[in-house]
Design a protein around this ligand. Structure first.
Ligand SMILES: [Ca+2]
Ligand SMILES: [Ca+2]
Ligand SMILES: [Ca+2]
Length: 466
C-alpha cells in the first residue's frame, strides 16, 4: 500500500523575529526590499516605507516572550504585517502567537485567507504587564494555493495606532510530519556472522516541531544486537550512546530486544525534545545500530522496519502521531557448518599391517552444502590399498574426496585402507571445504595419529635359508 503524500510543508519564516539581530530597537526593511541589506526575513508590511520595528528583549523594560527579540506591529504608520505561504487545499494549519500592549491595553486582529481576501479570525487585547498566548486552527479552503497570514492593528492605548501591539513567538503552519527512512550497510547479500549496520533517518516534513519524538526499532529476527553500537550519527546530540537506559538519549531494551532513541533538540534520557522541520534541519537526524547475522538466517532474508511516536503540541491537546519506515530487506547467503571426524580402527600397528581410517563429514546446517570436498592425503609410510566413499569418489593421486552436495543433517563417510611400510609416528589429517560459508570453521579438520612399530627383525631366521 502506498503511503499517502505528506501535504506541502507550511511554516512561517522568522516567526520569532530573531533575525536580523538588533541592539535595543531598530526600524528594518521588510523582506520585499531585496536590494537593501539588513532586511527582516520572511515578513512583509503594507506600510509605504516598508519598515518593520524590531525590539531586543529588555528594551524599555519589555522582555521578549520567545527568544531574544520581538516586533511591534506598526513602525511609522498603521499597517498590516504578513507572510504569504504556498498551501495545499484541505490542509489543517495551526497558529500560535504572543501579544502584548505597549502603553496600556492594545488590540489587534489576525486575518487569514487568500491575499487580498483574508478573513479576520480573532481579535486579541492585552495589557502591558504580560504577554498573552493564543492558539488556533485554520483549514485551507478548496482552491487556495496561497494563504496570507496577517496582523492588523485595531487600537492602541495612547491613541496612536503606530505605537503598540507587540508580537512574538509566532507559528503558523502544518502539523509535524515525521518521515523515517531506513538503510542497511552493506546492502547485501551478506554472510552468516557478518555485521549489519542499520541507519534510520528521521526528517520532519511538517511545519511544527515533532515533540517527544521516540524512535524504536525491534532487532530483526535472525540477528543479534551488537552491544555498544548505538549512535546518533547526525543531528542534535550526535555521538555514541550507551546501551544503558536513563543516562543518555538511547538505550538497548534487552527484554523487548529493541533499540530506543529519543530524538530532537534537548532530547534527554527521560523525554525527547522537538525535532525541527526540514526548513530548520534539512537533513533531519540519523541514528544507527549494528547487528550480527545469526546462523539461522543462512539462505534467508532479513526484514526490518523502524517506527516512531511523537506529539503534535500545536493544538489545545497534544496529539499522538506515529511514523513507520520502509521495510529494509537483506539477503543472506546460504551457510553450512560442516565438521569432519577421522578415526583409525587401531592406533598401534606393525609395519606390514593394514591401517583402516574412517572419515565422516557431517552438515550441521542451516543450509545444504554444495561442492563439498575433503582433502585427505596419506602421509609417507602408508600405501593405499582401497578407498570406499559414500557418496562421492576418492582420487588416490590427489588425496581428494569429492563428496558433492550434502543436505542439512546428512553425513558422508570414507573408509581408507592402507599398508604401513615404515616404523614411526604417523599423522593423518582430513580437511573439509564447501562453497558455502562455514560459520564455525574450527571443526573442519581432524587429525589422527598412529604408531607404527617395527616388524620383529628375526622372527623367522630359518625362513630365508630355505
Ligand atoms: Ca522572539
Ligand atoms: Ca544509554
Ligand atoms: Ca564447521
Amino acid at each position: 500500500m502506498a503511503t499517502p503524500p505528506v501535504p506541502l510543508r507550511v511554516a512561517l519564516v522568522n516567526g520569532s523575529f530573531e533575525s536580523p539581530v538588533v541592539t535595543d530597537m531598530a526600524f528594518l526593511p521588510d523582506a520585499s526590499q531585496t536590494q537593501v541589506p539588513g532586511r527582516v526575513p520572511g515578513w512583509r508590511t503594507t506600510a509605504s516605507d516598508h519598515m518593520i520595528e524590531v525590539w531586543h528583549s529588555g528594551f524599555q523594560g519589555v522582555p521578549s516572550a520567545d527568544g531574544a527579540q520581538f516586533a511591534e506591529l506598526n513602525a511609522n504608520e498603521v499597517s498590516t504585517l504578513y507572510q504569504d505561504l504556498p498551501t495545499t487545499p484541505g490542509t489543517k494549519l495551526y497558529w500560535r502567537l504572543y501579544h502584548r500592549g505597549r502603553q496600556g491595553r492594545d488590540t489587534m486582529a489576525l486575518d487569514i485567507g487568500a491575499p487580498g481576501a483574508a478573513v479576520e479570525q480573532r481579535r486579541f487585547t492585552d495589557g502591558n504587564t504580560a504577554w498573552g498566548r493564543y492558539t488556533g486552527v485554520y483549514t485551507v479552503p478548496a482552491g487556495q494555493n496561497l494563504t496570507r497570514f496577517a496582523f492588523r492593528s485595531i487600537s492602541a492605548a495612547g491613541g496612536n495606532r503606530g505605537i503598540g501591539n507587540f508580537l512574538d513567538g509566532i507559528f503558523f503552519g502544518t502539523a509535524p510530519a515525521v518521515v523515517l527512512r531506513k538503510t542497511a550497510v552493506p546492502m547485501g547479500p551478506v554472510e552468516v556472522g557478518d555485521t549489519l549496520t542499520y541507519r534510520i533517518t528521521a526528517t520532519n516534513e511538517g511545519g511544527g516541531e515533532a515533540e517527544n519524538l521516540v524512535l524504536t526499532d525491534t532487532v530483526p529476527d535472525g540477528t543479534t544486537y551488537l552491544p555498544g553500537s548505538l549512535r546518533v550519527v547526525t543531528g542534535p546530540n550526535s555521538g555514541v550512546k550507551t546501551d544503558g537506559q536513563g543516562d543518555d538519549q538511547a538505550y538497548y531494551d534487552a527484554a523487548g530486544d529493541r533499540v530506543v532513541f529519543h530524538l530532537g533538540n534537548g532530547a534527554s534520557a527521560a523525554q525527547g525534545g522537538g525535532l525541527p522541520n526540514t526548513l530548520a534541519l534539512p537533513a533531519g537526524t540519523t541514528v544507527e545500530y549494528r547487528v550480527v547475522v545469526d546462523r539461522a538466517s543462512g539462505g534467508k532474508r532479513i526484514a526490518n522496519t523502524a517506527g516512531a511516536a511523537y506529539e503534535n503540541r500545536l493544538g489545545e491537546e497534544p496529539e499522538r502521531l506515529t511514523a513507520t519506515s520502509n521495510e529494509e530487506t537483506t539477503q543472506v547467503d546460504p551457510a553450512a557448518d560442516l565438521s569432519v571426524t577421522k578415526a583409525a580402527d587401531a592406533t598401534t600397528v606393525t609395519v606390514g599391517q593394514t591401517v583402516t581410517y574412517r572419515v565422516s563429514v557431517h552438515n550441521k546446517g542451516p543450509n545444504r552444502a554444495t561442492g563439498v570436498t575433503v582433502t585427505d592425503r596419506l602421509p609417507e609410510g602408508l600405501v593405499l590399498l582401497s578407498a570406499k566413499a559414500s557418496p562421492g569418489s576418492y582420487d588416490r593421486d590427489t588425496g581428494r574426496w569429492t563428496v558433492g552436495a550434502l543436505a542439512e543433517g546428512a553425513t558422508a563417510t570414507l573408509v581408507l585402507r592402507a599398508k604401513a611400510t615404515r616404523a614411526g609416528s604417523v599423522d593423518n589429517t582430513a580437511t573439509v571445504t564447501a562453497h558455502e560459508k562455514d560459520p564455525e570453521p574450527a571443526d573442519n579438520t581432524d587429525t589422527v595419529t598412529i604408531c607404527v612399530e617395527p616388524a620383529p627383525s628375526c622372527c623367522d631366521p630359518c625362513a630365508s635359508e630355505t
